[in-house]
Design a protein around this ligand. Structure first.
Ligand SMILES: [Zn+2]
Length: 200
């Protein structure tokens, strides 16, 4: 993918993510490199994202591996800005990340500050300064893109179709829910889990 195409993905990603962030363009670039190295797959393309971040959204947008279709697994606790794309047929995959050793503070100073979280207080505060810095980060990243994206060939340990629980009707609320361990009530009705209070 050339820079122009990447910038187009950046605009689409900004629309989806609802925030303009240079990480979206960097995400698009590492996904593109990863996918190029992996090549054609025999079964479905699946993805693993190692953080809950803008990268997660760009994976969904660009690859069609989503949370809803379960082709995307998120291991958010790892917290790395990295992903693996793999073939569901055999677990053959490629992992992509940013190689910090290859980011030079002299050659690409703003990109360096972005990744080492040392951008100025003014930039961190947001507003115009942040937007300007973001544009600079992107400009610098595009000049060193191929150099700083790290790729590893990997074998994914757990692959294949997910066993999706079957749906049943909750005996208490009457709503359809995904049944686990033969339970006849959903986790809200059984009191096992809670996230809201009824106020009507
Ligand atoms: Zn229920």
């Amino acid at each position: 993918m050339n820079d122009q195409e990447l910038l187009e993905w950046y605009e689409r990603a900004t629309g989806f993510h609802k925030k303009r962030a240079p990480g979206l363009l960097i995400a698009a670039a590492i996904i593109d490199s990863c996918s190029l190295r992996l090549g054609a797959v025999k079964d479905r393309l699946n993805a693993v994202c190692e953080s809950v971040s803008c990268l997660t959204d760009v994976i969904m947008l660009m690859t069609g591996c989503t949370i809803g279709n379960r082709y995307l697994t998120i291991h958010g606790d790892i917290g790395r800005f990295a992903l693996t794309l793999f073939d569901r047929a055999d677990g053959r995959g490629v992992r992509a990340f940013i190689d910090l050793d290859r980011i030079s503070p002299d050659e690409t100073p703003e990109l360096y500050r972005f990744f080492y979280r040392t951008r100025s207080a003014e930039v961190k505060a947001g507003g115009e300064a942040r937007l300007k810095s973001g544009e600079q980060v992107i400009k610098e990243f595009l000049t060193v893109r191929d150099k700083v994206i790290g790729l590893q060939n990997v074998q994914v340990e757990r692959f294949g179709k997910h066993n999706k629980p079957g749906a049943a009707r909750c005996s208490q609320c009457g709503e359809s829910f995904l049944q686990k361990n033969g339970a006849n009530r959903c986790s809200i009705c059984s009191g096992e889990f809670s996230y809201y209070r009824r106020i009507d």
